[in-house]
Design a protein around this ligand. Structure first.
Ligand code: ADE
Length: 225
């Protein structure tokens, strides 16, 4: 999969040089390209933003700069184009799987007060928010989306891991897990996990998944819009 990211802060994407994503890049499974939005402005001071016609203190990223960047990077509109903004439907695991099917995606990170709406209307296929809160920019949201999507690219993660995790089956959450030592600070590993009885262990996992799912739903943390 090819992933193009347009941002005002290219250095923040060094996170993709670590761990699983870095390995997937080295193995040629994902091709991540970071583009600096400032490279597409015609302004001699590389200014990308301007005042907001609706008033207020913040500056907005100009439509022409975004349009020129997107047109240069994806001239034939081959990529599925996503704009990251809090004013959008909330991202979830179903969307992760949907996005992972595209051969190419392009993401634009907003910053400052946002982006001129005409750029969004003209250039983007979809808007995505990673949650009901506002970040200083779309970079962290973009990293979350790319990381989650990359896990679904063939070869990046063992297929088994994708089956046994939270949200693999609807809203069901994963059961609690334990490693050595068997006792830590007075807390012990549940006896059934040490029993070697696979049928009982499977039953325990299903039950604990249901308990976890219920617990999170009741505290409202699993709420979705
Ligand atoms: N930019 C700022 N806040 C955001 C959010 N919650 N999701 C996506 N992009 C954002």
């Amino acid at each position: 999969m090819r992933i193009d990211i347009i941002t005002l802060f290219p250095k923040s994407f060094s996170v993709f040089d670590e761990s699983i994503i870095s390995r997937a890049r080295k193995n040629g499974l994902i091709d991540i390209n970071i583009f600096d939005l400032r490279d597409y402005t015609k302004d001699k001071h590389k200014k990308v933003d301007d005042y907001n016609f609706s008033g207020g203190a913040g500056l907005l990223i100009r439509a022409d700069v975004v349009y020129d960047a997107v047109s240069a990077i994806d001239p034939e509109h081959k990529a599925h184009r996503i704009f990251l903004t809090p004013s959008a439907p909330i991202f979830n695991q179903q969307k992760v799987q949907e996005l992972a099917k595209f051969e190419r995606i392009l993401l634009l990170c907003g910053h400052y007060e946002g982006v001129d709406q005409r750029a969004i209307d003209l250039c983007f296929d979809e808007v995505v928010s990673i949650g009901k809160f506002v970040l200083t920019g779309g970079e962290i949201a973009c990293m979350a989306v790319v990381d989650a999507v990359a896990r679904y690219i063939d070869g990046v993660i063992a297929p088994e891991s994708l089956k046994n995790e939270s949200y693999a089956n609807g809203d069901e959450l994963e059961y609690p897990q334990f490693t050595r030592p068997r006792e830590f600070m007075g807390l012990t590993v549940p006896e059934v996990l040490l029993s070697g009885n696979h049928a009982e262990i499977e039953k325990w996992k299903r039950e604990q998944s249901a308990v976890m799912t219920q617990k999170v739903a009741m505290t409202g943390k699993g709420e979705e819009v």
